[in-house]
Design a protein around this ligand. Structure first.
Ligand SMILES: Cc1cc2nc3c(=O)[nH]c(=O)nc-3n(C[C@H](O)[C@H](O)[C@H](O)COP(=O)(O)OP(=O)(O)OC[C@H]3O[C@@H](n4cnc5c(N)ncnc54)[C@H](O)[C@@H]3O)c2cc1C
Length: 573
C-alpha cells in the first residue's frame, strides 16, 4: 500500500478545510501540508452551495454580543457558549480577511458599506452576501489561494478510517481510498483535521452536496469518540419540490426569500404561518418547518405534497434582481419564482451535532482536530441561517493555526498495523458478498428517517425507526457490490456511503429517543414542552460494542444564564 507522511493532513475542502490549510501555511510556510478531498478541490462540499450568506455584526447598532445572544437564544441554550462567543467575534475578523486578503466581493450599499440582509431568527440584518450565491465567491477565492501555496492535494481521495498508535493513545494517520485508482493509501500526519462537513443526506428530502455522507462522523464514532447533540437535525423549510425524478427536489430555496417578505401559502393560496407564530414566515427554521409539516398533515398540501412559496407581491422585477440565482434555479425546473408560485417542502439541511471540540479545535483524541459542520456545540439546538459558513470559516482558520503550533512540537507517530488491515478489510467487505439492490436500501433509509426520525418525532416512531435501522444495517451486510473495476467504482462508494449514513442515523435516532423534551430542531409530539432551560443538558452518543449508547451532560452557562441577557436594557428591545 502507498504510504505518505505530512505534518498536517486536512480532510475536506469546504470553508473549514480550505481555511485550515491556509492558516496552517500562514503560521509556518515550511510545514508539509496536505488537503484530502472526496470530490474536487473548489467544487465539492456545501460551502460552495451557500446561498444566503454569512452572519457577522458589522453595522452600527449591531454588535458581536447581540449576535451572540441571537445565537444562544436560537440554540435554545444548548450551545457551548465559549464556542459561540468565539464564533461571533472571530467572524468579524474572518469577513475582513475574506474581503481584504482573499479578494471576495460582497454586495454593497450605495454608500460603499457592506450590504447585510435579514435572516430569520435574528434581531438585526447582519447577513453578508454576494447576491444569492455567496458560497461560490468564497470557495473560488479560497481555492485559488490554496492552489498558489504549494499545498499538496489529494483530490478524489476518500478518508475511510482513523488509525491510532499501537497503544491507542493518539492518532497516527488516516486510511484513504484513491477513488480514481481504486487503491488504498495510508497517510500519516502529526495533526489531522476532521472537516468533512457532516451532511444529513439520509433523509428523503435533503440539501447537502452528494459527496457528503456523514463519513467523518462515522469515522469518529468508530475511533471511539462521542458525538454531541446528534438529535438536532435542522430542516430548512423551503426545499424545492420539482417531482420525484430529479435531484433538484430537496435543494434549498434560500431563507432570504422569506426574510425579504416571501409568503408561504397552502393549496388554496391562503397564508398560514400566522396561525403558528406571530413572526409569520420570518420565524426560525424549526418553527416554519413544523408549521409546514402540520399544514400538510391537515390536508392543506399541494399536489406534489408541499406548500407554495410566493414572491410575486414583492414585484417580479425586484425579485429577479434580488434573487437571480433562485429565480434561475426555479426556471430551470419550469417554475416562475418571481411572478408565480413554487412548491416547497421542508428538507434536511444541517446537523447541529458532531464531534465535541475545544476553542483551539482539539478533540478528545490527541492529534485529531475538528472544525465546521462535523463538530457539535456551536449552534446548540438550532443553527441560525448564516451561522454555518461563519462557523466553518472561523473554526477552520483557528484549527489551521492551532495545528501548525501542535505539529511544530510533535513527531510522526507509528500506526497500529492491525488496525490498518482491519479497516481495509471493512472497506472491501461488500466485494465478498453477492451483489444486491443498494437503491432499495437507500430508499428505505430515506423513508425511515423522514417518517420516523424526522421533523415531528414520538416514542413509537423512534422505536420503529431504531428497529428499521438495525434491519437496514443487516441488509447492507448481506448486499454486496460486483468486484470488477475498482477505479471509480461508484457502487462501491454508494455502499460505503450507506454504511456511514446508517451508522450515524442510528446515533441520531438514539439521541432523539434520549431527549424527552422539545427544543429547537428536535420536536417530540409526546413531549411537546421544553424542560427548564436552567437545567439544560446536552446529549453525548457513542458506539459501545457497535450499538449506540447515549448519556447527557449539563450545559455550562459560562457567559449568560437563561432568562438573562448581556445586552444593555435599551439595546435588548
Ligand atoms: C444548499 C445549501 C445552502 C446553504 N446556505 C447557507 C447560507 O446561506 N449560510 C450559511 O451560513 N450556511 C449555509 N449552508 C450551510 C453551510 O454550507 C455549511 O454550514 C458549511 O459551509 C459547512 O462547511 P464545512 O467546511 O464544514 O463542510 P463542506 O463545505 O460541506 O465541505 C466538506 C468537504 O469534505 C469533503 N468530504 C466529505 N467526506 C469526505 C471523506 N470521506 N474524505 C475526504 N473528504 C470528504 C467534501 O468533498 C467537501 O470538500 C448551506 C448549505 C447548503 C447545503
Amino acid at each position: 500500500m502507498k504510504r505518505l507522511d505530512f505534518d498536517i493532513l486536512v480532510l475536506g475542502a469546504g470553508g473549514a478545510g480550505l481555511f485550515a490549510a491556509l492558516h496552517a501555511h500562514k503560521a509556518d510556510p515550511a510545514l508539509k501540508i496536505a488537503i484530502a478531498v472526496k470530490g474536487l478541490l473548489g467544487k465539492s462540499g456545501c460551502t460552495r452551495m451557500v446561498q444566503g450568506g454569512y452572519n457577522v455584526a458589522l453595522a452600527p447598532g449591531d454588535s458581536a454580543v447581540r449576535h451572540f445572544m441571537d445565537t444562544v437564544e436560537g440554540g435554545k441554550w444548548l450551545n457551548d457558549q465559549d464556542l459561540a462567543w468565539l464564533l461571533v467575534h472571530e467572524a468579524q475578523t474572518r469577513i475582513r480577511e475574506l474581503e481584504n486578503e482573499l479578494g471576495c466581493f460582497f454586495d454593497r450599499n450605495a454608500d460603499g458599506t457592506v450590504h447585510q440582509k435579514a435572516f430569520a431568527g435574528q434581531t438585526f440584518d447582519r447577513t453578508v452576501h454576494k447576491g444569492d450565491l455567496t458560497g461560490i465567491e468564497i470557495v473560488n477565492r479560497l481555492a485559488e489561494q490554496v492552489w498558489t501555496r504549494g499545498i499538496f492535494r489529494l483530490e478524489e481521495h476518500r478518508a475511510l478510517a482513523f488509525v491510532k498508535t499501537p497503544d491507542g493513545s493518539a492518532l497516527s494517520g488516516v486510511l484513504m481510498l484513491d477513488i480514481r485508482a481504486g487503491e488504498f493509501l495510508f497517510v500519516r500526519a502529526k495533526a489531522v483535521l476532521l472537516a468533512t462537513g457532516g451532511g444529513p443526506t439520509m433523509y428523503k428530502y435533503h440539501t447537502p452536496s452528494g459527496d457528503k455522507a456523514c463519513d467523518g462522523m462515522a469515522m469518529a464514532l468508530r475511533a471511539g469518540l462521542a458525538l454531541r447533540d446528534m438529535e438536532m437535525v435542522q430542516f430548512h423549510p423551503t426545499g424545492l419540490l420539482a417531482g420525484p425524478d430529479t435531484r433538484m427536489t430537496g435543494t434549498v430555496l434560500e431563507e432570504g426569500l422569506r426574510g425579504a417578505g416571501g409568503w408561504l401559502t397552502d393549496r388554496d393560496g391562503k397564508r398560514f404561518m400566522a396561525e403558528y407564530d406571530p413572526k409569520g414566515e420570518r420565524a426560525t427554521r424549526d418553527v416554519v418547518s413544523r408549521a409546514i409539516a402540520d399544514a400538510i398533515a391537515k390536508g392543506r398540501g399541494t399536489d406534489l405534497g408541499g406548500v407554495h412559496l410566493e414572491m410575486a407581491h414583492l414585484g417580479p422585477d425586484n425579485v429577479r434582481k434580488q434573487f437571480k440565482g433562485m429565480v434561475e434555479r426555479c426556471a430551470d425546473c419550469g417554475f416562475d419564482l418571481a411572478g408565480g408560485r413554487v412548491q416547497v417542502v421542508p428538507t434536511a439541511h444541517y446537523m447541529m451535532g458532531g464531534v465535541p471540540f475545544a476553542p483551539d479545535c482539539t478533540t478528545a483524541l490527541p492529534g485529531l482536530f475538528a472544525a465546521g459542520e462535523d463538530t457539535g456545540g456551536v449552534h446548540g439546538a438550532n443553527r441560525l441561517g448564516g451561522n454555518g459558513v461563519a462557523n466553518s470559516t472561523v473554526f477552520g482558520g483557528l484549527a489551521g493555526a492551532s495545528m501548525a503550533k501542535f505539529a511544530r512540537g510533535a513527531q510522526l507517530r507509528a500506526a497500529d498495523e492491525a488496525a490498518i488491515d482491519a479497516a481495509v478489510a471493512a472497506a472491501l467487505a461488500p466485494f465478498a458478498i453477492p451483489p444486491g439492490d443498494l437503491d432499495a436500501i437507500r430508499e428505505t433509509l430515506y423513508d425511515t428517517m423522514w417518517n420516523d426520525v424526522g421533523i415531528v418525532r414520538d416514542a413509537a416512531g423512534l422505536a420503529r425507526g431504531a428497529a428499521a435501522l438495525d434491519e437496514l444495517e443487516r441488509a447492507l451486510d448481506r448486499t454486496g457490490v460486483a468486484d470488477g473495476q475498482r477505479a471509480f467504482n461508484l457502487a462501491w462508494h454508494d455502499w460505503l456511503n450507506l454504511k456511514n449514513l446508517v451508522a450515524v442515523s442510528k446515533i441520531v435516532c438514539a439521541a432523539a429517543q434520549m431527549r424527552t423534551d422539545s427544543r429547537g430542531a428536535h420536536f417530540r409530539a409526546d413531549f411537546p414542552a421544553t424542560d427548564d432551560l436552567a437545567t439544560s443538558r446536552y446529549t453525548l452518543a457513542r458506539l459501545a460494542d457497535g450499538a449506540p449508547q447515549v448519556s447527557s451532560e449539563p450545559v455550562l452557562f459560562t457567559r449568560v444564564r437563561p432568562g438573562q441577557t448581556l445586552l444593555p436594557a435599551e439595546a435588548a428591545e
